[in-house]
Design a protein around this ligand. Structure first.
Ligand code: DGJ
Length: 742
């Protein structure tokens, strides 16, 4: 709901108990509030206290007592009186572009279009938008800020479009999508999700000190180093209590996010397309649309915030055909065979997969045109006749006979210099004549800003998938763009190449996924290098990390769960010792962690003992029979790892989470002790999300262990005795006790 309050320019955006209030004053949109909803008064919002600090510049000569230095601004451009960072930096023939001034506002049903960028899905019937138009003179840059509110969700989408309405070119060197000056006076913590390849989305919580905390990516993908998503929270806020503000970009390319604490503890939180190496040239009449930013708030701590994101991903981000659609249990060939792929080997692994109860076999890298290792063949998406003499067609038919659907791995955005595609079109990669063509993993990146490249690739990829009968595609991207340069862009437009690449990649994804609506696409970029809401708009599943070690994975998945629900998070049981860390762990623990996402398997079943085969088969059967609950139930983190600092070897490193069914009558609780503890004491775990008045029966491994009320389980908790030794995990099922007359 969006309302104009009173007669002045005061607006309240409110949904599901969360309000966002802004008003126009001194020619600028001023921020007033984002948090628990209330009815604002025009008088207080439109005349905020902000006396000029000594020696500061007076911004509005009509009101020398007002200062931009300490004002809460909605979109801070270049203002003489504001010493904080700007959302917009650009130049026109008249010099620097100043902060645009308000001209008009309107509220309309629906949401703005986004020129091919992914965005929250909405219709005129279930969303409304506040649009503010601002203009800078004499450059004649028109800036349209918009705020979309969605029925049934407290998430707000922010968008920015600029139009050059002047008669000479403009150049933008920074343009953020969202900037919020939060009310001052509260100490705040900041949570970012970051790490590296195979260590993605580690949770880091820190107090915001003076100055600027900045994150981002300049490598062309949203990156393993930081996710374009973060949380602000009060120091007291914990998993289940307290205010938490979350924000994410619906974007997979270069991005930037900063939190600036000023001299009077005001916080400016800004995010948008990556500013380093970015510039955008606007001829008269041209416009630029920023990637979308989403803002969410909860008073129910981090779990409350996560639930809002999970619901939003399901309802507004995923391709609609994949909402509540169960994800199959797959076996992926990568850690089973790597590049050593041939029909006999694959069929033997697939037979093992079918015997374990998997439903889909995924042939990962190594199946196409002479691919023996990572040095060749990307771009030539035809089966290698030496490895697969009957092609993918014969293989997928053989799998179908064994009751398995078929899936393939592709890396459409890259090309190997040693490939027919490159030999036919050596100019199709991102490069600038006269500069070296930088390689990474022996490959180049295709220039997806070019229509002819996208058209050819879309045709090749669609044909490969259709001919093979694949019902699943793992869409990988194993390279950073580096310094993105294009042979077809003019010198003054080279700063646009990284964003144009991303627009092209989205167009390619839209064409391919649109032509194959029943195929399940799982995104990947060396594991979690591009796990963001932009990718999920096209692909309803994502391979969260190449690290399949359950100890490391538990931390990765808990960090991931801050924004991403289990039904998008690919998670596999792999071999022990683990291929990434070398650590050994019991199968029960590997299963427990993989069941925290979309369960898959990534090992050669022939290498399992009879006992392990039985255990894995039973685990898969358990998962399949509770799939709806485990994939789509409400997810609660019960015990997370400490957000900062090393684990103490003396303190148990325990983690726990649970999934609760829609009617709250069934739940599955997972508890893990990641590091062994000698002489362990009993553990007490407070559950969440149960109905207090219901009684639940508790079962482990199919055996009844006890019964308790929801109230007791969510207050006193569940008590149990862990075993000593390595890799202890416990899965407890809860079912409401049906009594006669219930
Ligand atoms: C990187 C992915 O993350 C892996 O799972 C695997 O698909 C390899 N690429 C294949 O090259």
């Amino acid at each position: 709901m969006i309302e104009r309050v009173g007669d002045g320019q005061l607006y309240r955006i409110a949904s599901e108990g969360v309000g966002y209030v802004l008003g126009i004053s001194h020619g600028l949109p001023l921020h007033y509030w984002w948090g628990e909803d209330f009815a604002p008064s025009a008088e207080t919002v439109l005349s905020p206290p902000s006396s000029p600090p000594p020696y500061s510049v007076v911004e509005d000569p009509a009101d020398p007592h007002w200062s931009a230095a300490r004002a809460a601004l909605e979109y801070p451009g270049l203002l003489a009186g504001d010493p904080r960072g700007s959302a917009l930096i650009g130049t026109s023939s008249a010099g620097p572009i100043f902060c645009p001034r308000f001209i008009q506002a309107r509220v309309y049903a629906g949401r703005p279009g986004l020129d091919g960028l992914p965005h929250a899905r909405a219709s005129e019937a279930d969303s409304s938008t506040l649009e503010l138009c601002l203009r800078d003179l004499p450059s004649n840059l028109l800036l349209m800020l918009s705020y979309t509110s969605f029925d049934g969700s407290p998430v707000i989408a922010r968008n920015v479009r600029v139009v050059n309405e002047g008669d000479s070119p403009l150049v933008l060197s920074r343009i953020a999508t969202s900037s919020v000056d939060l009310p001052r006076g509260t100490a705040m913590d900041f949570i970012s999700l970051g790490g590296a390849w195979a260590r993605e989305r580690g949770l880091d919580r820190r107090r915001i000190g003076p100055g600027t905390t900045a994150l981002g990516s300049k490598i062309g993908i949203s990156s393993h180093r930081f996710s374009p998503a973060a949380v602000l929270l009060t120091p007291e806020t914990c998993e289940d209590w307290g205010p938490a503000w979350g924000a994410t970009l619906v974007y997979s390319g270069n991005w930037t996010m900063s939190v600036e604490r000023d001299d009077t503890d005001g916080l400016r939180w800004m995010m948008g397309v990556g500013a380093e190496s970015f510039s955008w040239h606007l001829e008269p009449g041209e416009s630029f649309c920023c990637p979308e930013a989403l803002l969410a708030f909860s008073t129910e701590g981090l779990n409350g915030l996560s639930r809002r994101w999970h619901d939003f991903v399901h309802d507004r981000i995923l391709p609609p055909a994949w909402r509540r659609r169960p994800r199959p249990v797959l076996l992926n060939s990568w850690e089973a065979a790597y590049f050593d792929v041939d029909e006999t080997r694959i069929l033997s692994i697939a037979e093992g997969a079918a015997d374990l109860g998997a439903e889909l076999f995924v042939l990962d890298d190594g199946w196409f045109a002479g691919r023996q290792d990572d040095s060749s063949s990307l771009g030539d998406w035809v089966a290698d006749p030496g490895k697969l003499p009957g092609g993918l067609e014969r293989l997928s038919a053989a799998l179908r006979e064994r009751g398995l659907a078929f899936g393939i791995w592709l890396e459409p955005e890259a090309v190997s210099p040693d490939s027919d595609l490159y030999r036919s079109h050596p100019d199709w990669c991102l490069h600038l004549p006269g500069r070296p063509r930088a390689e990474g993993r022996n490959q180049l990146v295709l220039d997806l800003g070019r229509e002819e490249v996208r058209e050819e690739l879309a045709g090749r990829v669609i044909e490969a998938v259709q001919r093979s009968g694949a019902q699943y595609v793992k869409w990988d991207m194993n390279r950073h763009l580096g310094i993105a340069l294009s042979a077809t862009s003019s010198v003054e437009r080279q700063g646009e190449v990284a964003h144009r690449f991303m627009l092209g990649a989205y167009d390619l994804m839209a064409r391919v996924t649109g032509a194959l609506p029943d195929v399940l696409f799982e995104g990947c970029a060396g594991g979690g290098g591009r796990m963001d809401f932009g990718l999920l708009y096209f692909m309803p599943q994502y391979w969260a990390s190449d690290d399949t070690d359950p100890v490391a994975r538990a931390a990765i998945q808990l960090g991931t769960s801050l924004f991403f629900p289990p039904f998008v998070t690919g998670a596999h049981v792999s071999a022990s010792p683990n291929h990434q860390t070398g650590r050994s762990s019991p199968l029960s623990m590997r299963l427990a962690v993989a069941m925290g996402g979309v369960l898959g398997v990534e090992l050669d079943p022939a290498r399992l003992s009879a006992e392990e085969t039985r255990e894995l088969r039973e685990g898969i059967a358990f998962y399949k029979s509770r799939r709806e609950l485990l994939q789509f139930g409400t997810f609660y983190r019960l015990q997370s790892l400490p957000a900062a600092g090393p684990w103490s070897p003396l303190a148990p490193a325990d983690v726990a989470w649970m999934s609760v069914g829609p009617d709250r009558r069934r739940a599955v609780v997972t508890w893990l002790r990641l590091l062994p503890v000698a002489n362990p004491g009993p553990v007490r775990l407070r559950l969440a999300g149960l109905l207090p008045e219901l009684r639940y029966e508790l079962r482990r491994a199919g055996t009844r262990v006890s019964e308790a009320s929801g109230r007791e389980l969510c207050t006193r908790g569940l008590e149990f005795q862990p075993t000593a030794g390595e890799g202890c995990s416990l899965i407890t099922e809860l079912a409401a006790v049906e009594r006669e007359g219930d």
